[in-house]
Design a protein around this ligand. Structure first.
Ligand code: CA
Length: 228
């Protein structure tokens, strides 16, 4: 496989050097950028396979970069992993809703970051379910055509909304989904879901999942993720 390229946007020089060293050693072609303006010039030219994006940058900040890249047809498909500091949960939520794929909180372990990068690159190669085909994940089989889910080969008793939420999350294992993204995904199908009721749906779903309740992970301050 051809060498994959990563653009790292980060204004802290020591972190930038650390990332460049480890990513190069892992076989990626790395381009480093230390400010927002430069990032917006460099990324459309390099068209990397992935972007590591610090949110707190001088000048154009990370969220504005994210908004810009996701709004441009040329760059919209490039996955973004945000680098965030503790206490920036609301920025993370905004970033995920703008289309960023994942985030890592500083200080981060390089091994964890490399694993996240591999997971995001791998997911990008797998087509998302089209909403009609049967979905198999862990011990769960979901048949959207029949509106039926089976766990350990036993039918699950789910409400209409619970089914919608489960189908949405299980269709994208490993992806962090905010409450708003979950609402948007299921509301279009005639469900009545509000922000807080997402949490209620999750409580209900975990009960029905029983010993597999940990399939649905809480991402504190952000939303939920189906176990990869
Ligand atoms: Ca910074």
């Amino acid at each position: 496989m051809a060498e994959q390229s990563i653009v790292v946007v980060e204004d802290e020089e020591d972190i930038l050097e650390l990332l460049e060293y480890h990513l190069s050693r892992d076989g990626y072609r790395v381009t480093t950028v230390a400010d927002g303006e430069r990032a917006l010039q460099t990324i459309p030219r390099v068209l990397p396979d992935l972007i590591l994006l610090d949110l707190m940058l001088p000048g154009v900040n990370g969220l504005d970069i994210c908004r810009h890249l996701k709004g441009d047809a040329v760059t919209t498909g490039i996955p973004i992993i945000m680098l965030t500091a503790k206490g920036e949960e609301s920025d993370m939520v905004t970033g995920l809703e703008l289309g960023a794929d994942d985030y890592v909180t500083k200080p981060f372990s390089v091994a964890v970051l490399l694993a996240r990068i591999r997971a995001v690159l791998r997911r990008r190669r797998e087509p998302l379910p089209d909403g009609r085909g049967t979905l198999r994940v862990h011990d769960l089989v979901i048949d959207p055509a029949r509106h039926e889910a089976r766990l350990h080969n036993e039918p699950m008793e789910l409400t209409f909304t619970e089914f919608g939420v489960l189908h949405f999350l299980a269709g994208r294992p490993g992806w962090v989904m905010t409450r708003d993204q979950i609402i948007d995904a299921v509301r279009g199908e005639g469900y009545a879901v509000t922000d807080r009721s997402v949490d209620v749906q999750i409580v209900g779903l975990r009960k029905r999942l029983g010993d597999c309740a940990d399939y649905i992970q809480t991402v504190r301050g952000v939303g939920y993720r189906f176990r990869d």
